[in-house]
Design a protein around this ligand. Sequence first.
Ligand code: ZN
Ligand code: ZN
Length: 237
Amino acid sequence: MLLDLHNHTRYSPDSRVDPAALVGVARKARLAGIAITDHNSVGGIAAAEAAADPDFLVIPAIEVSTKSGHVLGYGIREVIPRNLSVSDTAERILTLGGVPVAAHPFRFWSGLGPTAVLEARFPAYETCNGRTLRRGNIRARALARERKLGETGGSDSHFLDEVAKAVTVVDAGATTYFSCSPRAGHRRRGGIAAPRRPSGTCPRPLVSGSSAGCEGSRSQVFLDPRDVLLDGGLGLL
Ligand SMILES: [Zn+2]
Ligand SMILES: [Zn+2]
């Protein structure tokens, strides 16, 4: 199934999107779910959840402005203070039971950049961000692979017509990768990669990332869809 793991609503200062309308557009795009990742706010989550049918997943989340750039926190319903260090922010997300992910790490200004991204032990980087230049996504993917981390994809939508520009593929049967063009509706599947199982007790490959214009991308699992689907939250492996 396809999830867009990065979306803003009118609870972000730079978006006017209604959370319920966002859910409607995402459904039309045939996504199975979306994450609500407003800037330093969790205000849009409840309205999105209220608008969603039981079979459509709304993942509570936040995009926190740290001292060094943006950090996504999945499974979060509380505001995390802005302007903390990267490591303190990631720690707070973990303490709340969430999953910290470095948002568009190589985007100019708002990305963490090559030094700060190493200041916390992120389980994954966002390697497919719909508003990041292709080379920024490629750099993020290269670093995620080098460090054997997971990857996520999301449109970073601030307008309704941006929803689903980039997605994360969740597949309980095999790890797949996904290439997406700049426009929704022109996505194409890149192919199937060999399932990669993390060492330990994980019984099956879980989640793969996606990458904008990143043909040949291979993604690594980091989230358990059973947690996503059964508990309504996200769990670390
Ligand atoms: Zn951002
Ligand atoms: Zn964003």
